[in-house]
Design a protein around this ligand. Sequence first.
Ligand SMILES: [Zn+2]
Length: 488
Amino acid sequence: MQIYNTLSRKLETFESISPKHVGIYVCGPTVYGPPHLGHVRGPIVFDVLRKYLILQGYKVRFVRNITDVGHLVGDADEGEDKLAKQAKVEQLEPMEVAQAYTDAYNSVMDRMNVMKPSIEPRATGHIIEQIEMIQTIIEKGLAYEANGSVYFDVMAYNSHQHYGVLSGRVLEDLQAGAGNQSRSLEGQDEKRNPNDFALWKRASAEHIMQWSSPWGKGFPGWHIECSAMSARYLGEQFDIHGGGMDLLFPHHECEIAQSTAAHNHSPAKYWIHHNMITINGQKMAKSLGNGIMVEQLFSGDNPLLAQAYSPMTLRFFVLQAHYRGTLDFSNDALLAAQKGWSRMQTAFKLVDSLQTVKADASCNVEDIDLGIQESLNDDLNTPQVIAHLFELARRINVVNDGKDSITEATKLTIKSIIHDYCEGVLGMKAEDGADNSGLEDAMSILLELRGKAKTDKNWALSDQIRDALKDKGFEIKDGKEGTTWNKI
Ligand SMILES: [Zn+2]
């Protein structure tokens, strides 16, 4: 399999460090709020990668952490802890906040058919490992204590290693940029260099989350948890480290620096980054007010949503884009995904009842089988896999219509393609209560008739169909992509 390694900035052939075993570490959520649309892409992408490796016979250990301390509001070394802040707002223990949002996150993952991690370590459960790693880095002369906090010495590190190896940033440029930062930012005056980052922060008395350490009471910096926990569960060197492109710098850059400082080599062989989700062409941000919670997506309860979308529709939508490309969320795109997935499911349900012939059948699907493998081996090209599956659906329909013939052997191959790739690697499954295929068919007949009435300028009839459906709780919308319907 060829996979794009951010570290080398090129496609590389995947080779596991130990034969038939793969260790994957993916940065998990900071659990201080309900999961939103920005949380769904990474887990789905890395779930597909994991499932494809499993299909190829690898034993995969998949570690996805829970950040429940150390991630500060400013995403850097300043500001309140995100968890502690939310705990104050909700008048809860920080661990209650962490538990509630971890559960919410995992429930969304279950619904999207994302496999549970092999290990789901929490930052607060690994304070000792983090302290030990910080001590090692201090002993190597690459971190220093200042006023009860410990900072990573970027300049000292960069004299032997390359700080910026992952992001391609150059320290000199970063220095110039950092010069513009306000010196009044908390902790800045303790640092030898503005680019140094916190490994450990001194806690003031009122800080809710704090632990004893060789440097006094405090709490770990955000980056050190991933270095400590990945080494603990996957070893000092493991196969794949994944995350969103937004984590590339500084988070992953700092992880590499910390792990290299402590263990003398880079932690992961392959660094894989997925691109972000935009909403109607805009970055998703609290300030833009365009955040959509995943639960809202499933219920339709958000002004930006024309209707509710099922977890599998969301999964299909995510997989229709290559993981390194941007993915723009819009109602039109989600509706298209819903229709596509429904069409595919309808065709796949016909397979069992296809009539077979003994020989001389003209329908063959070997090319599709091969095409899917080639697409997955080509940097996990899921949109291409879906295109092959649509072609499979088309051929099934042709056979079902009696316009082509099929042997029992080909039918078995079709079943194994659906089982291994659609359900297996892509992780698409039939949804309980969402089996609307009959309803979809009936509605499309009605909408077609209404379309014909409109073409014939029979407005009375077209309105009658619309109003009658509305009475029964179905809303019809005429949009640029044609007419759509949803249950109200
Ligand atoms: Zn991380």
